[in-house]
Design a protein around this ligand. Structure first.
Ligand code: MN
Length: 227
């Protein structure tokens, strides 16, 4: 039986996420956001892995901050349910792959913080929000840390990726390490010490049809879920 991969139903690019899971040999299973955090054990029991996709900003209260003016849409109920799913997946030792907001909320679930708005906090940062450039095209270079999972996976120290975010990880949670950054120092990839939790800040689900190497990220999740 193919590994079943849970993904929250309301997210950025749900069709592309589901297609990526299917293309990598998994079965996407939608988890409704109406569910309460108490049901996280039931939902996680139904799947072999968890994909935490992109979406709105994470509610700053959840990492101990008031929102800055650039934080517009956030849904605290959804955030709390997703954090419960992440914690439960860790408890049940099921692998987790986070994309964009997914990588950020994994960091928040484990006790880290976020940069609420990159252009306000780091005016000289690389442009991380590609407006007017197709989302299916890379826009900035990502530098992969030597011997970390992304370098091993892609076999290069540098790759080019798309970028659709104005937030990013600030203080990294205990138990996570940096796997990639852009030239401005923004964290673009993370992994847990045991390798069963990993994330990227870009959107491989929008890139893999034209740039097939990005499917390797989904294959890694399916592989871990099948073990
Ligand atoms: Mn970026």
């Amino acid at each position: 039986m193919k590994p079943r991969i849970g993904m929250i139903a309301k997210c950025a690019f749900p069709e592309e996420i589901a297609s990526s899971i299917l293309a990598a040999g998994g079965i996407p299973v939608l988890i409704p956001i109406q569910a309460s955090p108490q049901l996280a054990p039931d939902y996680i029991s139904m799947v072999e892995g968890l994909l935490v996709p992109g979406g709105e900003d994470v509610t700053p209260f959840l990492y101990g901050q008031d929102p800055c003016a650039k934080v517009t849409i956030s849904y605290q109920d959804k955030d709390q349910f997703e954090i419960a799913l992440i914690k439960e997946a860790i408890k049940q030792n099921k692998p987790i792959f986070g994309i964009c907001r997914g990588q950020q909320i994994i960091n928040v679930a484990l006790g880290g913080t976020l940069i609420q708005d990159i252009p306000s906090c780091l005016p000289d940062a690389v442009c991380h929000k590609q407006d007017g450039v197709a989302k299916t095209e890379p826009i900035h270079r990502v530098y992969l840390e030597k011997d970390e999972y992304l370098e091993v996976l892609f076999g290069h120290r540098e790759i080019d990726a798309n970028s659709l975010h104005h937030q990013s990880i600030d203080r990294l949670a205990d138990g996570l390490k940096v796997a990639a950054r852009t030239a401005d120092g923004i964290i673009e990839g993370i992994e847990s010490e045991d390798g069963r939790i990993f994330g990227v800040q870009w959107h491989p689900e929008l890139l893999y049809t034209q740039y097939p190497h990005f499917l390797k990220l989904f294959s890694r999740l399916i592989e871990l879920a099948g073990q």
